[in-house]
Write a protein that binds this ligand. Structure first.
Ligand code: TMP
Length: 209
């Protein structure tokens, strides 16, 4: 298998991840080899995955049961891995994923406590096979800081609407996986200004590509 590079981007609510992903896209668009990069987002990124995203984040009928929620995230992930990420890596591309399996450890493992993290890692292994991010940018922000920011954000989805306890557990989940795989995690201090966070990220990014 010709090998590309797989990078994921992670963080809790209101950590500025979307802004930073957009700035990274602008930076990559300015590169002469911009066609060597592709961006994907999770959940989503395929036709089926986007439908699942809508069910997960905007479904207004009965709330999905916790296990249903976990399996829907996994289903969307399997689809994007096999339809998009694996083929792109085989072509030697750099794939940048806005969220990947660490989100499931943090949100469904720690915050919802559906399964313990070791079990989620086993399930993940079945879903992604050998398609694992080599590096993960984690935008770290305390839930307290995030909550201050969230009051300025416009409409929140079903998961963003969860309370402070939930988001504290999300943060603990990210700390757990970052401690488990310190060589993969690149921790970015997301409490700084947009420009400072972007600079931190780009400096690290340039060392990877
Ligand atoms: P986004 O706002 O970064 O696009 O993320 C969508 C939401 O889905 C966010 O609240 C985190 C949540 N999520 C999970 O709970 N588990 C997962 O595995 C993924 C990928 C996202």
């Amino acid at each position: 298998m010709k090998k590309g590079l797989f990078i994921s981007i992670e963080g809790g609510e209101a950590c500025g991840k979307s802004t930073q992903v957009n700035l990274l896209k602008e930076y990559i668009n300015s590169l002469p080899n911009k066609n060597d990069f592709i961006f994907v987002r999770e959940p989503g990124g395929t036709s089926l995955g986007e439908e699942i995203r809508n069910l997960l984040l905007n479904y207004n009928e009965d709330k999905p049961l916790p296990m249903t929620e976990l399996l829907l995230f996994c289903a969307a992930r399997h689809q994007i891995v096999e339809e998009v990420i694996r083929p792109a890596l085989e072509q030697g591309k750099v794939v940048i994923a806005d969220r990947f399996f660490d989100s499931t450890i943090a949100y469904q493992g720690f915050a919802r406590n559906i399964m313990n993290p070791e079990e989620i890692l086993k399930l993940t292994q079945l879903i992604i096979g050998n398609v694992r991010p080599e590096k993960t940018f984690y935008f770290k922000l305390t839930p307290q800081e995030a909550f201050k920011r969230k009051s300025n954000c416009a409409p929140l989805d079903r998961i963003e609407l969860e309370g402070m306890d939930f988001h504290e557990r999300v943060s603990q989940g990210y700390d757990y996986i970052a401690n488990l795989e310190p060589e993969r995690f690149i921790i970015i201090d997301a409490s700084k200004s947009i420009e400072e966070v972007h600079t931190q990220m780009i400096n690290k990014f340039k060392q990877l590509i």
